[in-house]
Design a protein around this ligand. Structure first.
Ligand code: ZN
Length: 191
């Protein structure tokens, strides 16, 4: 297939909710290949369909490192069915070239999805691993949510966005996560 242009923060499609896939047709397998080609071309860890301009509920992740064989995981119509714990870490996104910011995430997730053949599977990711965070990040893209909406400190994040000539945070879009805040607060007290 082909390497596609990755939409940049500020483009409307990134804020639009994506639609469920009804059938894993040729159109969908082509989309999956485009996502993989584009993700690998950009050295990304994950890429969601809206980032290449397609508002369908599909994303791909590969957390393998340079000296490991490629290990792509395809998620169609994903649903996060369990989540717990809290972690703060630096995140980036191919739609925000070079800009990294600290965000709040769950440590553990269980996700249910269809694979590239339309077969259901369940996957767990633990300990705030790159996989656990990538699943939450990519899943958000399908709902028009971006990583900066989870930022730990909006003023710091705004400074980073300005530095890379990206639009500022939209306060309306900030995600309220009192359970994450509470857990992070506890962790800090115990340190
Ligand atoms: Zn992203």
């Amino acid at each position: 297939m082909a390497v596609k242009r990755v939409l940049k923060y500020g483009e409307k499609t990134l804020r639009e909710p994506s639609k469920e896939v009804h059938k894993v047709s040729k159109k969908i397998t082509d989309l999956i290949q485009d996502l993989l080609d584009t993700m690998y071309a950009q050295n990304g860890v994950g890429l969601a369909a809206p980032q290449i301009g397609v508002n369908l509920r599909v994303f791909v992740i590969d957390v393998s490192t340079n000296n490991e064989p490629l290990n792509p995981i395809v998620f169609i119509n994903p649903k996060i069915i369990k989540k717990s714990g809290a972690i703060e870490s630096e995140e980036g996104c191919l739609s925000f070239p070079e800009a990294y910011s600290k965000v709040k995430r769950y440590k553990y997730v269980m996700v249910k999805a269809l694979d590239d053949k339309g077969r259901p599977f369940v996957l767990e990711a633990h300990d705030g691993s790159l996989l656990a965070r990538a699943i939450q990040h990519e899943n958000d893209h399908l709902n028009g949510v971006l990583f900066i909406d989870h930022c730990s400190n909006r003023f710091e994040t705004d400074e980073i966005l300005a530095k890379y000539n990206l639009p500022p945070i939209d306060p309306e879009k900030l995600v309220s996560e009192p359970e994450l805040d509470e857990e992070l607060e506890q962790t800090k007290k115990n340190d």
